[in-house]
Design a protein around this ligand. Structure first.
Ligand code: SF4
Ligand code: SF4
Length: 181
């Protein structure tokens, strides 16, 4: 990663660094995280990397993508830091920076939110179809075919593309986009 890329990363993570300035590296966030075992670096180490401007190392890890926003770390941090929000901001930064290693995650989120915006809930078939088309790789869907069929057989996903609360959330999404601009 070059100098320019590193500066872009620092710029995009400045707000998150501010949020976690008072971290004392106690490790409570790591101990509280139910997804810790799936992360290649721990939440405590992530905050350390950010505070010491090692953003390249932070973004070469996919730990923050594994955050499921359960809020345990936020509730238990002795410094009262908004850690779930910090994880979310890192996901947004990775998406904005269009980093190659996060491309699939970003496309997944886009397809998910598009479905929620259109229908007020996720229409699984439409969402996954949208996601697979955006990947532009006809081989990938075959890897999910067996799982998809099992979920369909158990009624966990419904083969529908129709509308639910069509367009009703458009105003809400527009407002959030304005606030985030
Ligand atoms: S729980 Fe809070 S203070 Fe402790 S390491 Fe995590 S972010 Fe830092
Ligand atoms: S909010 Fe994310 S990082 Fe925090 S404990 Fe839950 S899954 Fe882990």
């Amino acid at each position: 990663m070059g100098q320019v890329e590193n500066e872009r990363l620092l710029e995009q993570t400045g707000a998150v660094k501010e949020m976690i300035q008072t971290c004392i590296q106690c490790g409570t966030c790591t101990a509280s995280c139910p997804n810790n075992e799936f992360m290649d670096i721990t939440p405590r180490r992530m905050w350390r990397l950010l505070l010491t401007d090692h953003v390249e190392a932070l973004f070469s890890s996919k730990s923050f993508i594994m955050c499921s926003s359960c809020y345990y770390c936020t509730l238990r941090c002795p410094r009262g830091l908004e850690l779930t929000q910090a994880m979310s901001l890192l996901k947004q930064a990775a998406s904005r920076l269009k980093l190659k290693q996060f491309k699939r995650s970003s496309l997944f989120y886009d397809a998910f939110l598009d479905s929620v915006q259109k229908h007020g809930r996720v229409k699984e078939m439409e969402f996954m179809t949208h996601y697979f088309i955006s990947l532009k790789n006809p081989v990938i869907p075959f890897g999910y075919a067996s799982l998809g069929l099992k979920l369909l057989a158990k009624g966990k996903i419904r083969p529908e593309f129709g509308s639910g609360a069509k367009g009703k959330l458009a105003g809400l999404f527009k407002k959030v986009a304005e606030l985030e601009a």
